[in-house]
Design a protein around this ligand. Structure first.
Ligand code: CA
Length: 631
């Protein structure tokens, strides 16, 4: 309020601006662009669209020179439900006649009553020559009346429009072209990342600044996932570890908490996985239309702050003659991948060790020929790993398979997949191999939207299955599931190691419901404003989407569900994996007891023995001896 008051007092002469009326084609002459500026609330602009699913219809003014806009007057179309439909429509400012540099400056956040003007304050310090109303899809560009107010000047870049408390990522493809497929690339795009309450702007609009789609199942949803590829490496937000060209915008359309990946990534960080992707919640504007709450995320690729291996130069390392013991040993970044055969030749292979093939996508290096030496080398090396792990039996010395596998990384990946309950854990498994190291390391965790009991094929996993979820989940191949089985259930040494890791995570690394409840509550608060807009844009809270087992009717109910799921899941894994006796450090927390047995949670806080919720506790009997109790 005070900022607005200041603006108005400094620019008391802010005037209603005039200019040349501009707009896209109307659906008929009665609804031409001028009707939005004729002072008559009964007449309106309405655009003409050719694609029912992609309107991008607009009307505005060419002001002739730059003005800093301070207020917008808006009146919705009076007939039908157009006032309601206009909610989430954006106003944009630009300095290029084709609006290729358009950025959002204000939003229609609520349903405005018909038959009167409504005034929306604008707090953007940059001046614009071109301003427009960009109607959200269903409104067909319709608006009864528009007014723009401001003062002349180019302004400055101290303040931009951030839709909610989250950063806003706004992008424009050339000519506002629709992104039609996941590999439909649009170079020459414009990308804005507005953060720090509108105080910080990242902007790139170069010939190679590119937008495209991404994803597999997620591309088929109405809210689309995207990939940004900058021409120059960018640190997209101040806390992003990597400076990189590629960044992803994950849609989370089937995940109505919008945060399943975020919660799983915390499990990965706490477990000390070799790499956990960067993730921030953002609002996305796609060619002037609000698309919802997304997760801005790393592209999973080789980078010193992502998958940190030395990348092979395939041109350098396929020349003849070569040293088979040196260059071609890596690094390699692979994905055991149920979708591998959709990749181009040279970008995947089918590994064989007896019977069923294992499909593997080569994420790095890219663009190899199947005949090239690195391609042949990595395929053979992976087959050695396969043979080694498939040879595991009860009496196998587990240290032998460590020739080809970092077992701890594998077991942590397995544990996280079981805790988040992601049935796709072994549909897609990322592994990398640094140069000169024979071992594969498993990382990162990725794509957990079906986890946390979000898959009707497995719901409810805590009671439907007595054992681990991996035995029932989607698998890249039967052979790879056999690899998992050999490691996690055939060999006492690896089972013992898994129990050690699980116990360490439970006792020492915040693997407990208190920590995750707080994480989830914090995220829910952070995205609260954005989720409301998201579910206005996509009213799906009462609809089954993708593999949803239930529609719980509200964001809050969806969030509560994953908290409840985790309480049960921690207890279940305590039983399935087992827990070691508590570490000595617990002694310092628990005061010596007297009298009857007492119970403590893993944070060392005493709990009431009469109503223990499912979980793991430390029972201290009257003699002071301690035991792990799993309830
Ligand atoms: Ca009018």
């Amino acid at each position: 309020m005070s900022a607005l008051a200041t603006t108005l007092s400094v620019y008391a002469d802010d005037a209603k601006l005039t200019g040349t009326v501009i707009g896209c084609a109307p659906n008929n002459n009665n609804n031409a662009a001028e009707k939005a500026f004729d002072g008559d609330l009964g007449t309106f602009f309405r655009g003409n669209y050719t694609d029912e699913n992609y309107h991008r219809l607009w009307v505005g003014l060419d002001l002739g020179k730059e003005y800093v806009i301070t207020k917008i007057g808006f009146a919705p179309r009076q007939d039908g439900d157009y006032a309601k439909r206009a909610v989430l429509s954006l106003f944009q400012g630009a300095n290029k006649a084709d609006f290729s540099d358009a950025m959002p400056i204000a939003m229609v956040r609520e349903e405005y009553s018909k038959g009167e003007m409504h005034y929306i304050p604008v707090n953007v310090s940059r001046g614009f020559r071109y301003v427009r109303f960009m109607g959200v899809n269903g409104v067909k560009g319709s608006v009864a009346e528009l007014e723009f107010y401001g003062h002349e000047g180019v302004g400055d870049d101290s303040q931009f429009f951030q839709i909610t408390n989250l950063p806003t990522v706004a992008f424009n493809t050339p000519n506002m072209a629709q992104i039609m497929a996941k590999d439909d690339k649009h170079p020459g795009s414009t990308v804005y990342v507005i953060s720090d309450d509108g105080k910080t702007l990242l902007y790139e609009a170069n010939p190679k600044t590119q937008l495209k789609g991404r994803g597999n199942a997620s591309w088929g949803m109405p809210k689309k996932p995207f990939q940004i590829k900058f021409e120059n490496k960018q640190q997209i937000l101040k806390d992003a570890p990597a400076k990189a060209k590629k960044w992803t915008l994950i849609n989370n359309h089937g995940d109505k908490t919008l945060m399943r990946n975020h919660v799983a990534f915390e499990m990965s960080r706490l477990a000390g996985m070799a790499y956990t992707p960067y993730l921030r919640f953002v609002d996305v504007v796609y060619n002037g239309e609000y698309e919802g709450c997304y997760q801005l995320c790393d592209q999973v690729e080789v980078n010193k702050n992502r998958v940190n291996i030395e990348e092979i130069d395939i041109n350098e390392e396929t020349h003849e003659p070569y040293d088979p013991n040196a260059d071609i040993t890596g690094g390699y970044f692979l994905e055991v991948d149920g979708y591998a055969n959709k990749e181009n030749e040279g970008e995947w292979f089918s590994a064989l060790h007896g019977g069923y093939p294992v499909p593997v996508t080569i994420k790095s290096p890219e663009d190899m020929l199947p005949t090239s030496q690195p391609y042949q080398w990595i395929k053979k090396h992976f087959e050695k790993f396969l043979a080694s792990t498939l040879s595991i039996q009860a009496k196998t010395d587990i240290s032998k398979i460590e020739d080809y596998l970092n077992i701890d990384s594998f077991l942590k990946y397995f544990i996280i997949g079981e805790l988040d309950g992601n049935p796709d854990t072994f549909w897609s498994t990322y592994m990398f191999k640094p140069r000169g190291v024979d071992q594969f390391t498993v990382a990162p965790i990725w794509d957990v939207d079906l986890g946390f009991d979000n898959d009707n094929r497995h719901y409810p996993i805590n009671t439907k299955y007595s054992g681990f979820i991996y035995e029932h989940g989607s698998q890249a191949s039967a052979k790879y599931t056999e690899v998992v089985k050999r490691i996690v259930s055939e060999n006492p040494d690896s089972k013992k190691r898994m129990k050690e890791i699980w116990s360490d995570l439970r006792y020492n690394h915040n693997y407990n419901t208190e920590h995750f409840n707080k994480l989830i509550d914090d995220a829910a608060a952070e995205i609260n404003e954005s989720q409301k807009l998201n579910f206005t844009r996509w009213p799906i809270l009462n609809t089954l989407v993708h593999q949803n087992p239930e529609a719980r009717g509200s964001f809050e109910a969806e969030v509560q569900f994953i908290k409840d799921y985790l309480v049960e899941r921690f207890a279940k894994l305590d039983q399935l994996i087992g827990l070691e006796e508590p570490p000595a450090g617990i002694d310092d927390i628990i005061a010596g007891p007297t009298g009857p047995a007492r119970y403590y949670n893993l944070s060392g806080v005493e709990v009431n023995a009469d109503n223990l919720t499912p979980g793991v506790y430390i029972k201290v009997d009257s003699t002071g001896s301690k035991k792990v109790l799993v309830k």
